[in-house]
Design a protein around this ligand. Structure first.
Ligand SMILES: [Fe+2]
Ligand SMILES: [Fe+2]
Length: 398
């Protein structure tokens, strides 16, 4: 597979520029060698602070001529100095079906499990959780592998007709709001990119694996939890847009799956979970996490995290699942986790409260995201309007 590298050092001091460029080039070469990628050229930016860097503009023109299939950079920030340029670059490259490999993100280490008490009980429960269906693990492998193509990914997904229709339903829903119908997975991949498609596959499949069991005493309201997850995703997307950030590919799937630990507690430790919910029935109550720990030996954040690790989910999802109630504790993907944290509270306001209340939010997280009360009120009202037509999305998770 033919790839090109791109190096830039706009943040580097002038005197260190030569060394910085050299080190970026070496890391790109090593990465390509390790992953059997044919490195045909490394583009080196010469004017390092321009709005539309000239070498990058040339690279995008070359992409249109299909001289290569992927771009390798040391980290995503290197491609653009601000979000506007980043959006321009990524949408242009997406248009030509060129993927970007960021070495830093590729190598990002997963959080350690050491911080969680791994009692026999927890280990036993996690081992009991079903593994992901083959189609999903295959999709994750393909997305992770720099050599895979859109055709390969589309072939694997299209093989599963149920999955295909669920993914297309979401792609064509109001959430994405595309003006024209997208009728094939290949087309969806070209528009949304590999990582987003992986998120859609994961979200729809994981909810399906844990469909509610009928013979149980109902204590966890699944329909309400689905709705909560969808509203969290809508709110997270709104917050991202409000902050004028480039959309994170993991935003939908991490918001949808943030509370997956609750479903697992309900299905694999049902009796104890009933006791926990009876003690702390309100979902925004901090006592709920303590009650889960007391009765089930683990709270839904930590159990969700262990299962997410077991399933090898992408790092963005693992962090959100693990830290969505305390996002500033996440060492990686802190911004994504904080956005889902705020989205989660907005979703609770929509379903569980009568009015907007700023006191529900941790002010340190709001400060981290630079959001104030007026901003949140505005986002909250936008979300309330958007969720009036949530039905087309709900069928995606059923
Ligand atoms: Fe939660
Ligand atoms: Fe939640």
């Amino acid at each position: 597979m033919k790839v090109v590298g791109y190096v830039n050092s706009y943040k580097t001091h002038k005197d260190d520029r030569f060394l910085e460029i050299k080190s970026q080039k070496e890391k790109i070469s090593e990465f390509c060698q390790k992953h059997n990628l044919e490195l045909v050229k490394i583009y080196e930016e010469t004017i390092n602070n321009a709005d539309f860097p000239p070498v990058l503009t040339r690279l995008i023109n070359d992409a249109a001529n299909k001289n290569f299939e992927h771009i390798v950079v040391l980290k995503i920030d290197i491609l653009a100095k601000d979000n506007l340029t980043k959006t321009w670059v990524t949408s242009e490259l997406n248009r030509h079906n060129i993927r970007i490999y960021s070495i830093a993100e590729f190598n990002a280490s997963k959080p350690s499990t050491a911080s969680i008490s791994e009692s026999k009980l927890v280990k036993y429960k996690v081992k009991d959780i079903p593994s992901l269906p083959e189609v999903v693990t295959k999709v994750m492998e393909l997305v992770q592998n720099p050599n895979s193509s859109a055709a390969q990914l589309s072939k694997v997904i299209s093989h599963d007709t149920g999955l295909t229709s669920r993914v297309l339903k979401l792609v064509n829903s109001a959430y994405y709001g595309f003006p024209k119908q997208i009728s094939s997975i290949q087309h969806a991949i070209m528009i949304l990119g590999f990582t987003t498609i992986r998120g859609l596959v994961l979200s729809s499949t994981i909810f399906k694996i844990f469909a509610p069991k009928n013979d149980r005493v109902k204590v966890l309201d699944y329909k309400r939890l689905w709705k909560h997850s969808l509203i969290t995703a809508i709110a997270a997307k709104r917050i991202n847009k409000f902050l004028r950030l480039q959309e994170d590919d993991d935003i939908f799937s991490s918001a949808i799956l943030h509370d997956i630990g609750k479903i697992i507690l309900d299905q694999y430790d049902h009796e104890n979970y009933i006791s926990a919910l009876q003690e702390a029935p309100h979902p925004m109550d901090n006592r709920m996490m303590f009650a889960e720990k007391r009765y089930c030996g683990i709270n839904h954040q930590d159990l969700g995290y262990l299962v997410a690790e077991e399933w090898n989910l992408p790092p963005g999802l693992i962090n959100v699942i693990h830290y969505h109630h305390y996002p500033l504790e996440a060492l990686e993907h802190t911004r994504l986790t904080s956005i889902v944290y705020v989205g989660n509270i907005i979703a609770h306001i929509a379903l569980d409260f009568d009015n907007f209340d700023i006191g529900l939010f941790d002010e340190r997280v709001l400060e981290y995201l630079s959001l104030d009360e007026d901003n949140l009120c505005q986002i909250n009202s936008e979300v309330m309007l958007e969720i009036e037509n949530i039905e087309d999305l709900e069928s995606f998770l059923r």
